[in-house]
Write a protein that binds this ligand. Structure first.
Ligand code: PHE
Length: 388
């Protein structure tokens, strides 16, 4: 605090100047300005400014919340703040003082600016911590990424087993022509074998009054499509969805997956069929699981078989893989490709032979994981799906 008394004739001015306070020079008379600048010249120095800055920093440290921090900013750095006042007074200073005071005041302002931002951040973090809103030391919550559907997992596993034996994977249309679903497979119109596949026909009638399209009842139509598109040797597996107009029960669904297989070349025999399917079963079920072939009839193979996997009671657990009173569960039809099918696609049946098979991956999953109802696969119950 500096008291200053000036006399000029009848005029007497008393000024009380607080060190570093803000003075609005434009509101002062010329005389007052001269006096003030002289007083300032004597009170302001780099040292006094840095003292002032220390005082400001100490006050800032004691500020308890964001509102008080704002008050502090107004008092020190606001338009009428103390540091601003010093900066404003510079033009009134003696020229030799301006540089020193200017530099010191600018440094002080920058210092206080930075300190204020830091303090505001500190206060905000402390407030969050006090509310318990965020503990930055806790590990993050795991993101649920989901998983592949069990059917997809089994389809991939089965395809991988055949790929390891030199098969490639192809896919085909789910809405299929009668031509491929039946006719090319040696099942002409009116043939009683069509009753083996209860079909869902597409509501479309062509110019000849026929209804030529259906939801494919099996993946076998891809046999003809693949052979039409290439010359032998052929070795493919075809995973995909099929549809049948059928009542559902524990082992039947009206929509389900199949994986078709086809191998055609010179000199392929029934021994190749059995060897390939044994190897597949060994890879997917392990070496201990028993396999059974029986004669079966499919119009597009000769001879035809079906293949079952053992559902015997496991002595270790006293349970069957699928909880049904059956010792064998059929998982696929198979056989040697019928000569008429080869002829139909333009292959010479005297020269080429081959085998084909079609299996149900859901049933494979049921046997492998002990699922006793195929309908679980399509219920979308996450309690079921999460187990795989
Ligand atoms: N497509 C037949 C079915 O769905 C299975 C099969 C495929 C049989 C290939 C023999 C050869 O029942």
């Amino acid at each position: 605090m500096t008291n200053w008394r000036l006399r000029a004739g009848r005029w007497s001015i008393r000024l009380t100047l607080r060190q570093g306070a803000a003075y609005n020079f434009t509101s002062l008379t010329l005389l007052q300005r001269i006096i003030v600048s002289q007083v300032l010249a004597q009170t302001q120095s780099a040292e006094s400014i840095s003292e002032l800055a220390s005082q400001a920093l100490a006050e800032l440290d004691a500020v308890p919340d964001a509102d008080s921090a704002e008050q502090w900013r107004v008092a020190w750095l606001g338009r009428r703040g103390q540091i601003t006042g010093i900066l404003r007074s510079i033009p009134q200073l003696e020229p030799e003082l301006r540089r020193e005071v200017g530099t010191a005041a600018n440094q002080a302002r920058n210092l206080l600016d930075e300190a204020l931002s830091r303090r505001i951040r500190e206060l905000a973090e402390a407030e969050l911590a006090a509310r318990g809103a965020l503990d930055v030391t806790l590990p993050g919550r795991p993101v649920v990424t989901g998983r592949l559907h069990p059917t997809t997992q089994i389809v991939r596993e089965v395809c991988a087993a055949f790929m390891a034996m030199g098969f490639s994977v192809v896919e085909g249309p789910e809405v299929e022509l009668d031509h491929y679903n039946f006719e090319m497979l040696n099942i002409p119109a009116g043939h009683p074998a069509r009753d083996m596949w209860n079909s869902l026909w597409v509501d479309y009638v062509n110019e000849d009054g026929q209804q030529p399209m259906l939801l494919r009842t099996h993946t076998s139509p891809m046999q003809a499509r693949v052979m039409e598109s290439q010359e032998p040797p052929v070795r493919v597996v075809v995973p995909g969805k099929c549809y049948r107009y059928e009542a559902t029960d524990a082992t039947h669904e009206w929509h389900f997956y199949q994986i078709e297989g086809l191998a055609v070349a010179e000199g392929i025999t029934f021994a190749d069929l059995k060897g390939t399917l044994y190897e597949f079963a060994r890879r997917v079920f392990g070496a201990d699981r028993q396999i059974r072939f029986r004669c079966d009839y499919f119009p597009f193979v000769e001879p035809g078989v079906d293949m079952s996997i053992s559902n015997f009671v496991d002595p270790a657990t006293g349970r069957r893989p699928i909880n049904r009173d059956e010792d064998w569960i059929e998982i696929m039809g198979a056989g040697m490709v019928h000569p008429r099918v080869l002829e139909g696609v333009g292959y010479d049946p005297q020269r080429y032979t081959g085998f084909a098979f079609g299996m149900g991956p859901e049933r494979i999953g049921m046997l492998k994981y002990g699922i006793d109802d195929i309908r679980h696969f399509y219920r979308n119950d996450v309690r079921f799906l999460r187990q795989f």
